[in-house]
Design a protein around this ligand. Structure first.
Ligand SMILES: Nc1ncnc2c1ncn2[C@@H]1O[C@H](COP(=O)(O)OP(=O)(O)OP(=O)(O)O)[C@@H](O)[C@H]1O
Ligand SMILES: [Mg+2]
Length: 167
């Protein structure tokens, strides 16, 4: 087979694979904040600890709302403020759950490994008793290349309170 043909075939296989991955992704349509929180509560059932959730989506697309839903379902009673300025909030979870720490990061103002070191995120990465949720996480994807990441996309829907959550 010629190199040209080989490259072409390779490209097509890749395209097909990407199509299949896309098909496997689930899209949820939320019609309000409450539905986004409920969806997050359902999502918590899939978590075992050790996960890093990369939350991607434009301003106001529901990332923080989703994170609050996760936190509440994990048993956090405290008000969960957005880590816009603190960059990272750490919540301790008491009780029987095997997940003992929930870390909420807002990467909007973060971009280097040094930034991550400064906020102390590395202390939690890879811990089996910790779940990490990172808003604007797509900015850090290349830094986390070797880690197993769960990607969740948020989009504005057609109406004011409609949001699409794709994972
Ligand atoms: N279906 C919905 N799901 C989530 N939030 C919704 C929905 N409909 C309307 N909203 C509103 O949209 C806003 C979502 O804000 P939120 O802080 O969760 O977004 P964000 O993606 O974290 O934004 P930012 O990038 O600024 O951090 C809230 O004001 C919320 O009330
Ligand atoms: Mg937010």
């Amino acid at each position: 087979m010629s190199i040209k043909k080989y490259k072409q075939r390779n490209k097509e296989t890749k395209k097909q694979r990407n199509k299949e991955i896309k098909k496997q992704r689930k899209e949820f349509e939320s019609h309000g904040e409450k539905e986004t929180r409920q969806y997050a509560a359902g999502f918590v059932k899939k978590l075992n600890g050790g996960e890093i959730l990369i939350l991607e989506g434009e301003l106001g697309s529901g990332k923080s709302t989703f994170v609050r839903g996760l936190g509440k379902a994990l048993g956090i009673k405290k008000t969960m403020r957005s880590p816009t300025f603190t960059l990272m909030n750490v919540y301790k979870i008491s009780g029987k759950s095997k997940i003992k720490n929930f870390i909420h990061v807002d990467a909007y103002r973060l971009c280097s490994v040094q930034d991550l070191r400064n906020i102390g995120l590395f202390e939690y990465i890879g811990n089996k008793d910790t779940v990490i949720a990172i808003e604007w996480g797509e900015k850090l994807k290349s830094l986390f290349k070797k880690l197993d990441l769960i990607l969740i996309k948020f989009k504005h829907g057609e109406s004011e309170s409609c949001r699409l959550i794709i994972n």
